[in-house]
Structures are given as C-alpha cells and as structure tokens.
Design a protein around this ligand. Structure first.
Ligand code: HEC
Ligand code: HEC
Ligand code: HEC
Ligand code: HEC
Ligand code: HEC
Length: 403
C-alpha cells in the first residue's frame, strides 16, 4: 500500500471533494518536515503485530536484506560514520543534555540516544533493556536508514519511480515530496536564523548558500542537494572528502605577470563551477594552494594560501574568509623573484577536509592529562583519521616564457 503525505494532486483533489482527501490532512513540505524532524524524535513505539522481526528491525543490515543497493552506497558514505571517534571522545566529556544536542544530527533516533546514554552512564538512561527491534550497535550506527525513513514504524520515502506491487513488506510506505526537496537536508546542514554566528555569519549555512545560488532557481539549470549528492537517488553523499567530487567543484588557472627587474607574480584563478554552495561550505575544511618554483637549483616553495573560512579553535575570532560562493571566482596572488628564463612555476592544490578539527584535536591532545583516561585513545584515533583524510587534488603549471 502506498499512502500520500503531500498536498493532494489535482485528480485526487477532485475525488477528495467527493470522498474527503484521505483520512490524513495532506501536509505541505514544511509541515511534513517539522514533524519528520521533530526535536527530539519520539520513540518508535511497539511495532505492528503483523510485522515479522525483519520488518520491525531498525538495523541497517535488516533494510539491506531487501534494499541492498542503498545499503552498499550508504555504507561507503560519511552518513554511516557520523558516530566516529571525533564525536565520541567529545561525548565522553559531556552531560546528557549537551550530548543530546550533538546527537540531534549525529544519531537522531530516540533508540540511538538511549543506547548512547547507557554506554556513557548518563543518569536518564533507560532502565529497561532495549526492545527486540533495536540492535545493540544501533547507537554507533551513525545516520542509519531509519533515521531518515522510519517514524512510528511507518516507512516514508519519495514518490516511487516505478510500479510498486500492492501488499509489500513493512505495511507499504507513505510518500512525501519532502524527500526530493533540499529542505530535507537543512535540518542538519543549516543552523536556524538564531543559531551560533561568527563575524555575523551563521556557522552552518549550506542550505541558505544554495538558496541564494543560481542552482536554486526554477528552470533547466536547477540542482538540488539530492541531484548533486544523490544522483539517480543513489545514497552516496560524496563531498569534500572525495577527490573526484571536489575536482568537479572548481576550475583552476595559473598565470604569470612580469613586474620587471626579475620580479614576477603568479596569479591563481579559482572558480566555483560545480559546488551548489560556498567552496567549501563550512569552516572545517581548507584547500591549500602551494606555489612552487622549479629551476636549476630544484624546487622551491614560494608561499601558501588557503581557501576556506579560517577561525581560531575557540570559534571566537575570524582570521579570514576566502570561501568562493557558487558560480563566483577568486584570485590568489603570489609575488616572487626569479633569474633568467629557465624556470617554471607550479601550483599544487591540496585538500584538508578536517583542518579545523586537526587543530582542535591537537590542542586537546596537548592537554590530555586533563581528560578522562578513556577519552584519550579515542581522541588519538580521531586525530589520525582526520590527518589521513588529507589529499592532493591537482597540479597546474605555468611557464616563464610567453607572458
Ligand atoms: C522484507 C523486505 C524489506 C525490508 C526488510 C525492508 N524493506 Fe523497504 N521496501 C520493500 C519493498 C518491496 C518496497 C516497495 C518498493 C520497492 O520495491 O522498492 C519497500 C519500500 C521502501 C521505501 C519506499 C521507497 C520509495 O519509492 O519511496 C522505503 C523508504 C523503504 N522501503 C525503507 C526501508 C527501510 C529504512 C528499511 C529498514 C529499516 C526497510 N525498508 C526494510 C522491502 C523491504
Ligand atoms: C545541526 C546539525 C549538527 C549538530 C547539532 C552537530 N553537528 Fe557535528 N557535524 C554536522 C555536519 C553536517 C558535519 C559534517 C561537516 C562537514 O563535513 O564539513 C559534522 C561533523 C562533525 C565532526 C567531524 C566528523 C567526525 O565524525 O569526526 C565532528 C567531530 C562533530 N561534527 C562534532 C560535533 C559535536 C561535538 C557536536 C555537539 C557539540 C556536534 N557535532 C553537533 C552536523 C551537526
Ligand atoms: C540522510 C537521509 C537518508 C538516509 C540515512 C537514507 N536515506 Fe534513503 N533516501 C533519502 C532521500 C532524500 C531519498 C530520495 C532521494 C531523491 O528523491 O533524490 C531516499 C530514497 C530512498 C529509497 C527510494 C529509492 C528509489 O530508487 O526510488 C529507498 C528504497 C531508500 N531511500 C532506502 C534507504 C535505505 C535502505 C537506507 C539505509 C541503508 C537509506 N535509505 C538511508 C534519504 C536517506
Ligand atoms: C540527521 C542529520 C543529517 C541529515 C538529515 C543529512 N545529513 Fe548530511 N551529514 C550529517 C553529518 C553529521 C555529517 C558528517 C559526517 C561525518 O563526517 O562524520 C554529514 C555529512 C554529509 C556529507 C559529506 C561531507 C563531506 O565532508 O564530505 C554530504 C555531502 C552530506 N552530508 C549531504 C547531505 C544531503 C544531500 C542530505 C539530504 C538528502 C543530508 N546530508 C542530510 C548529518 C545529516
Ligand atoms: C551543483 C551541485 C551541488 C549542489 C546543488 C549541492 N552540492 Fe554540496 N557539494 C558539491 C560539491 C562538488 C562538493 C565538493 C566541494 C565542496 O566541498 O564544496 C560539495 C560538498 C558538500 C559538503 C562537504 C563539506 C564542505 O565543507 O564543503 C556538504 C556537507 C554538502 N556539499 C552538502 C550539501 C547540501 C546540504 C546541499 C543542499 C542545500 C548541497 N550540498 C548542494 C556539489 C553540490
């Protein structure tokens, strides 16, 4: 059975004058999302009696029995790792109220929060063992399928693309256009207007950056969060951690200007041609531009510049904001000296997807004696993960001659 949870379509509307528009009022996208992403999410409750244990289970591995393709993609995505060591060592320093504020986005189901509370010995942890439909590892499961698709044991999803057989498992599903809408992602990728700011700018502002871009305009050029990050509805969510995705985001040119007397300037032009928001969208990642001169004496680094929103680790002070809005271009200039004509300049572009966290984690490790002993190895793992995520994106070359 397929139920419709969006505003009644016209033919249904005509019918609805005769029959009433179903038993549920048809909510629009905003109304649907306000309930779907209620904060906090209520527990699922008892599963319907007709459900088999497989249909009732909230485990992603249970969904995988019938939705293998979504599961394989999801498992390779960062959404399956939102409960990584970078979050877990911090949870160990928090009380339940502070911790739940993070879990709203990192492990939003009530059943997940209960398991995390049990693990960390928080006072309001449930006294009863978790019900059968909650696997013991759900708390560490990250942004599991059920977090986006299951409420009160009911499945919610986008309008189906093909024919769906009647009498399917888990009591069918309820359709909402909200799944195809960028606002679906905003619950976690956009702070509200009254959220934390620095230098007047919301610390998390991805949806608003997108809404201000050409991609949000109706027409053939329109691209949603889903169309770029879930092409063909695939559950990939590739972002700045993925070199191929990031290469698609920018166009980089390197030119040289001769200033006379052996003085030159290398000018890197970076255009955001493929990201539907600032490049990069948050303060966390940085993209490093290293200018290197090669000559008879070997390679010599002339200087480095950063693309990104640079702030101090306490998030109290903006150092610089060189992010590039969707469709916009920014120049980075590097003056230098060179002798003769036998040299060339190369631009090496490197990505540090967790640069802000690298600094926070290193500072915290320097004060490890003030942390609970159990948190220290988790913090070490977090730091080594975030350092290992660095990669070289591309190189561009400019010659000394012909300028
Ligand atoms: C026993 C098999 C089975 C299990 C287990 C199962 N599903 Fe399904 N699900 C189906 C079938 C069959 C459909 C009908 C549509 C189709 O064929 O894809 C469906 C439909 C859906 C839809 C609607 C797709 C759309 O087009 O909007 C969603 C969302 C969904 N399931 C999510 C889940 C999640 C999340 C889980 C695990 C918590 C799960 N399912 C477990 C078989 C299953
Ligand atoms: C509004 C939703 C939201 C809230 C609330 C939130 N986060 Fe996150 N968090 C995100 C998103 C989105 C990312 C991914 C950012 C990126 O990839 O640039 C992220 C990434 C992270 C990462 C880096 C990834 C990793 O697993 O190592 C850490 C660490 C983290 N958050 C910690 C926290 C902590 C601690 C809190 C609570 C104080 C918190 N977050 C609250 C949305 C949220
Ligand atoms: C971050 C939220 C999120 C998570 C986590 C998530 N999904 Fe989805 N899922 C979506 C959205 C959004 C769509 C619709 C995408 C679109 O319309 O472009 C979707 C679509 C689907 C569909 C319909 C696919 C189709 O081809 O019509 C199924 C089935 C589904 N998801 C199952 C799953 C399963 C199983 C998991 C876990 C392995 C999962 N989802 C995890 C958000 C999520
Ligand atoms: C319930 C909260 C939540 C929802 C809803 C959600 N995300 Fe996320 N998303 C996160 C968190 C938390 C992370 C960080 C994962 C990490 O690094 O540990 C993340 C990471 C990502 C990344 C990877 C970024 C990188 O650094 O490479 C992309 C891309 C992304 N999300 C896109 C989306 C899109 C598109 C949607 C809507 C279909 C969506 N997300 C919905 C919480 C959410
Ligand atoms: C036109 C395609 C496009 C659209 C639309 C788009 N993105 Fe992206 N997104 C990208 C590309 C390419 C990257 C990799 C480069 C980067 O990080 O900017 C990316 C990166 C990200 C990241 C990684 C973190 C970071 O700091 O950059 C997140 C999170 C993300 N997108 C979420 C979203 C959300 C949420 C939406 C909708 C509001 C959205 N994206 C819309 C293409 C797109």
């Amino acid at each position: 059975m397929i139920r419709i949870a969006h505003a009644c379509l016209l033919p249904i509307l005509l019918l609805s004058f005769l029959a009433g528009c179903g038993d549920k009022a048809a909510p629009d996208v905003e109304t649907f999302l306000a309930r779907h992403w209620a904060d906090p999410l209520p527990p699922q409750g008892k599963p319907p009696a007709a459900f088999s244990p497989l249909e009732a289970s909230l485990a992603p591995q249970a969904c995988a029995q019938c939705h293998a393709a979504q599961h394989a993609d999801w498992q390779g995505s960062l959404h399956s790792r939102t409960m990584g060591p970078g979050l877990r060592w911090q949870l160990m320093l928090m009380n339940q109220e502070q911790g739940n504020r993070c879990l709203r986005c990192h492990a939003p189901l009530a059943e997940q929060k209960a398991l995390v509370a049990l693990e960390l010995g928080w006072p309001n942890a449930p006294k009863q063992p978790p019900p059968d439909f909650v696997p013991a590892d759900l708390g560490h499961g990250g942004l599991v399928c059920a977090a986006c698709h299951v409420r009160g044991h009911e499945r919610f999803g986008p309008p189906p693309r093909g024919k769906v057989a009647a009498g399917g498992p888990h009591g069918g599903f309820t359709v909402s256009e909200a799944f195809t809408d960028s606002r679906f992602c905003a619950h976690c990728h956009q702070f509200p207007e009254d959220g934390p700011r620095l230098a007047g700018k919301l610390q998390e502002d991805t949806w608003a950056q997108w809404a201000a871009s050409d991609y949000a305009q109706e027409g053939p050029g329109r691209q949603t969060c889903q169309s770029c990050h879930m092409p063909e509805r695939r559950h990939l969510w590739r972002g700045i951690h993925d070199p191929e995705m990031t290469r698609r985001a920018i166009d980089v040119q390197l030119k040289l200007a001769d200033l006379g007397d052996g003085r030159y300037e290398a000018v890197a032009t970076v255009r955001n041609t493929g990201a539907g928001h600032h490049f990069p969208t948050y303060m966390v990642p940085k993209v490093e531009l290293a200018f290197v001169r090669h000559d008879a004496g070997g390679a010599h680094e002339l200087g480095r510049q950063l693309i990104g929103w640079q702030v101090d680790t306490g998030i109290t002070r903006e150092i610089a904001d060189t992010r590039i809005p969707a469709g916009a271009m920014r120049e980075f200039r590097q003056p230098f000296a060179a002798l003769g004509t036998d040299w060339r300049v190369e631009l090496v572009v490197r990505v540090l997807p967790g640069e802000h966290y690298e600094r926070i984690f290193r500072d915290s490790l320097a004060r490890a004696d003030q942390l609970p002993a159990a948190a220290v190895p988790v913090l070490r793992e977090a730091l080594s993960n975030v350092e290992a995520a660095r990669y070289e994106l591309l190189r561009v070359e400019a010659r000394s001659i012909a300028n």
